[in-house]
Design a protein around this ligand. Sequence first.
Ligand SMILES: [Zn+2]
Length: 230
Amino acid sequence: MDATIKSIRPSKPSDRPSEGRPAELDPAEFLAAAVRADQPRPARAEAEAAVKTLLAYIGENTGREGLLDTPRRVVEAFDELYQGYHQCPAEVLDRTFGETAGYDDFVLVRDIEFTSQCEHHMMPFYGKAHIAYTPVERVVGLSKLARLTDIFARRLQTQEHLTAQIAAAIDEILKPRGVAVLIEAEHTCMSVRGVAKHGASTFTSRFTGMFRDNPAEQARFLSLVRGLQR
Ligand SMILES: [Zn+2]
């Protein structure tokens, strides 16, 4: 199995607009819904017509029975796969609990399964996200980290961007002592087309705060993620 390791780091600490956030990330994209309710969009019928055009493009007879409902189904599938554009990451992390009862270590949620779509080919990539953060005084329900992952995954993505957005949202909203995000994924645009290599995994990581500054904490996170699995 090949593995590509990509670490996402801001170029220089001084380039960062705020603590731990990569310069290229706009807070609007990781804090708010990506689509405004009043944003003009093509009508559903136009989207279905576009699918019909693609069917004709590949050489299909768009009038044959098996394909009659396909444009509608494809647009419905799009609604589901891309619902993250209409969901607000900040809202998910909004409900926090103040009682940490003196807890001072990091909280790790491992093996959060996700499926996203690559922005270059609109083909799925899927895998697992591992997320840790060290609360200062606010903690969130553990399912919220999975919900957050899903919101960003249900948009067109690169794996690097997905990783950075999850870390930035937690960093910005919970203001923890640090965030660690590791994502491992298989990209179908690489496994079923292009070089057609099955089983190749891509790893991306992002560390902020104490995880960025303290290699021992980073190593402890990585060993917890890796050590207990497989
Ligand atoms: Zn791709």
